[in-house]
Design a protein around this ligand. Structure first.
Ligand SMILES: C[S@@+](CC[C@H](N)C(=O)[O-])C[C@H]1O[C@@H](n2cnc3c(N)ncnc32)[C@H](O)[C@@H]1O
Length: 460
């Protein structure tokens, strides 16, 4: 008899132990993957009965960390989500220099670093920005195997598929089809094992002292309780004015003073403030779009960081009542083929209802239809400010960016759309998709990424 997606019920019990002791969650679409991981852990323990393995887990003779390591997803690559790295480069690091002088000796932690690409990307970024002197970069993960690979510093071209092509020759040497990171850079990251979910103490030396923490694409595997618990501990580890960065598809954290959520082009970043509280609605128990605050100067992406700040989405007067009627009106006009008129109405209505993601989405699609790709990208970004979890909007943004020639950003949007859809049951109809199920979006994202990768210098 099977339970959910598990082939035998005892796997469901093992998953419950993983949830209880490691905070890991396995929705239906990840259960077969998790089961394969549990079987690998059993094989390492030289046991072929799931019930016997469960007994060892419960008695403590089999370690929960070893099991978590097998079921964890270690997917990563250099400069993943380049807009987040651009935001670190153009805003976070300059702020640090402004506060601490030209040699600010940043303290940075990549929490859930997998095979090290994220931590080494930070080391490269600091080197490029000439801020490496005195810097400390830590990389931690629950998986000892991933950490060993990180310490070796030898990567495939697949790991280098991010925003690295131009600078790679400075930091890597080729060995056959592999890329070996310079020894100097390898020595700049201290890797150690740390389980975020089981309450392993964070090293004393980091307490309250980190300038930037990246914990990206890790919380997504945790139960909602574990997300908030771990998020809270990460926030507590920040230095004053320090930043916590999660992945665009990660769940949102609840924050309260002295922490605040800040809307950036790379998604929501979290900051430990030192200023007295000026905004009274800092908790995410309020509707999300009400508390989002844009980061001054970066609303339109890192290329526009010198422009004056626009008003925050949250500060625009809000009219919620009749946005559904406006959506219907725009759709009806679009369906009749009156694209220009529909786009005009969508522009007006999305200004009247700034918190209605669907209106911004329709506006973006209509602008794309008219060939106004830059304006379409802006509209699609507004959708994603409001709800970064809309896979269809991520894929649409990817298409627009691809047409604009921004391949790296397009890739990143496709990747986010893919990750969001892949977490859903395959037959779940996705919002804004006109009835397409999650599996269609996963396939579409994969084929677009494959087409993009075919163009790239480091793709094999
Ligand atoms: C998808 S990778 C993310 C890598 C990198 N942060 C990135 O975004 O590219 C997720 C990593 O989280 C790690 N992980 C999962 N559960 C963890 C836990 N409880 N404590 C620490 N690391 C964990 C996994 O071992 C895996 O290496």
């Amino acid at each position: 008899m099977s339970v959910g997606g598990w082939s035998v019920p005892v796997f469901a019990t093992i998953a419950a132990v993983l949830r209880e002791r490691a905070g890991l969650e396995f929705p239906l679409n990840r259960q077969s993957f998790a089961e394969a991981g549990i079987r690998r852990a059993m094989a390492k323990f030289m046991i072929d009965s799931p019930a016997a393995y469960l007994a060892h887990l419960q008695s403590g003779s089999a370690s929960i960390e070893d099991l978590a390591e097998e079921v964890g997803v270690g997917e990563t690559y250099f400069f993943r989500d380049p807009v987040q790295f651009a935001t670190i480069r153009t805003r976070l690091l300059p702020d640090l220099v402004a506060r601490r002088g030209p040699m600010p000796a940043p303290r940075i932690w990549s929490a859930g670093c997998a095979t090290g690409e994220e931590a080494y990307s930070l080391a490269i970024l600091l080197e490029e920005e000439r801020l490496a002197v005195g810097a400390r970069i830590y990389g931690t993960d629950v998986s000892e195997a991933a950490l060993s690979a990180a310490r070796r510093g030898v990567f495939s071209s697949w790991s280098l598929r991010g925003d690295l092509a131009l600078i790679a020759p400075r930091y890597f040497r080729r060995r056959g089809d592999r890329f070996v990171l310079n020894e100097d850079l390898r020595g700049r990251v201290a890797f150690s094992r740390l389980n975020l979910a089981t309450g392993d103490p964070f090293p004393e030396v980091w307490s309250g002292g980190l300038d930037i923490i990246l914990c990206r694409n890790v919380l997504i595997y945790f139960s909602s309780d574990a997300v908030q618990r771990v998020g809270h501990r990460l926030l507590q580890s920040l230095a004053p004015e320090g930043w916590l960065i999660t992945g665009p598809s990660d769940p949102l954290l609840q924050v309260a003073h002295p922490f605040e959520a800040v809307l950036t082009p790379g998604g929501i970043f979290y900051r430990r403030t030192t200023a007295a509280r000026t905004v009274t609605r800092a908790s995410t128990s309020l509707p999300r779009s009400r508390w989002k605050k844009p980061m001054p100067g970066v609303e339109d992406g890192p290329q526009h960081t010198h422009r004056a700040a626009k008003p925050a989405i949250a500060e625009v007067p809000v009219s919620i009542g009749d946005s559904a009627a406006a959506v219907t009106r725009v759709r009806q006009l679009g369906d009749t083929g009156a694209i220009k008129e529909a786009a005009g109405v969508a522009a007006e209505e999305s200004a009247t209802h700034p918190l209605c993601a669907e209106l911004h989405f329709l506006h973006g699609m209509l602008l794309m239809e008219q060939g106004s790709h830059r304006a379409a990208a802006d509209a699609m970004r507004r959708v994603l400010y409001l709800d970064p979890g809309l896979a269809v909007a991520q894929l649409s943004l990817g298409s627009i960016l691809q047409r604009l020639g921004s391949k790296v950003e397009a890739w990143s949007a496709y990747q986010r759309g893919h990750d969001i859809a892949a977490l859903q049951p395959p037959d779940r109809v996705m919002p804004l998709s006109d009835g397409a199920p999650a599996e269609h979006l996963v396939r579409a994202a994969k084929s677009r990424m494959a087409a993009l990768a075919a163009d790239w210098a480091y793709s094999s």
